[in-house]
Design a protein around this ligand. Structure first.
Ligand SMILES: [Zn+2]
Length: 302
């Protein structure tokens, strides 16, 4: 089913943006999502080095405003090493917003930025600006799109956004998130966390919207839910992902995980997650196709 005869696929994906509550619980970033701090940049370099040592490419999604920073050497290094960098909007807008303030804190603070456009027109503009910035500053073409925030049901309720993404030429979207536990309760039993992880993998295998757009969901738990909402420690998080790898291997599934370098840098300082999850997956009998969402899209679109 998968290239090289592998029995299952793993794509580690990372959204490059700053995340509120990290590195400090009091950290606020929503009005400046693209101001990637020094520690996160260094952490991204470390992640890239670890993946390279295994011969694996990682999947990134970037907020376009990060490219206003004069120091983007950390991103150029990722591109040089063959990692995929795709589109995560310019300021991290909610693609389901029905009014301008609902798009993002920067539009609530400064609604004149929208210049009279509708929310959907602002979303299209942000997506185009991000594609242009990635092309101009990094010399590569964005091919995929991840929505800021994940949604149960993905883009089912916004067919106009599905069409926008298809018309802008994206080869896949990544919007659907489903992790069925009570998110208001911290420190849940490991069995409940694993059961939710398995349910997510089973429910969220890649599929197509009615208009033909490919969806590659955010499977299992995201790092922000694990650390902010469930308050897992790093080895609880890593062991949970490994259990997800075991499930994907046993069921010959695609497993695409979503994390943020800005929050795992704070909670997993030595980058054990990337190292031990890749080692665990690559050791599986029958073989793991460790890849990017882009290459999964290539495989499924052919
Ligand atoms: Zn995001």
């Amino acid at each position: 089913m998968f290239p090289n005869g592998a029995e299952f696929a793993l794509s580690l994906t990372f959204d490059i943006e700053m995340t509120p509550n990290f590195p400090y619980w009091t950290s606020r970033w929503n009005h400046r999502k693209g101001q990637i701090d020094e520690g996160t940049k260094l952490y991204l370099r470390r992640m890239g080095e670890i993946a390279k040592s295994y011969g694996v490419r990682l999947q990134f999604f970037l907020v376009g405003s990060a490219l206003e920073d004069p120091d983007i050497d950390y991103l150029k290094q990722l591109v040089d090493d063959g990692h995929a960098i795709d589109n995560h909007t310019y300021t991290h807008v909610n693609v389901k917003a029905k009014d301008i303030p609902g798009l993002q804190e920067v539009y609530a603070n400064a609604p004149w930025r929208a210049e009279g456009l509708t929310p959907l027109e602002v979303i299209r503009q942000e997506i185009r600006q991000t594609n242009a910035a990635i092309a101009e500053k990094l010399g590569v073409e964005a091919q995929g799109f991840r929505t800021p925030g994940g949604f149960t049901g993905g883009l089912d309720d916004v067919p106009d956004v599905q069409d926008l993404l298809r018309d802008e030429g994206f080869r896949f979207a990544s919007a659907n998130y489903y992790y069925p536990v009570d998110h208001t309760e911290r420190h849940q039993p490991r069995e409940a966390l694993e059961a939710a992880f398995h349910a997510s993998l089973n429910a969220l295998q890649p599929y197509r919207y009615h208009n033909g757009l490919l969806e590659i969901p955010l499977m299992g738990i995201t790092s922000i839910w694990a650390f902010r909402h469930m308050d897992l420690d790093r080895w609880e998080f890593i062991d949970l992902i490994k259990a997800g790898v075991d499930h994907a291997h046993a069921n010959k599934q695609i497993f695409s995980l979503c994390c943020h370098p800005s929050d795992i840098a704070a909670r997993d300082p030595h980058c054990d997650m990337v190292d031990s999850v890749l080692r665990h997956a690559l050791d599986k009998p029958g073989g793991c196709w460790a890849t990017t969402n882009r290459e999964i899209a290539d495989c499924l679109n052919n």
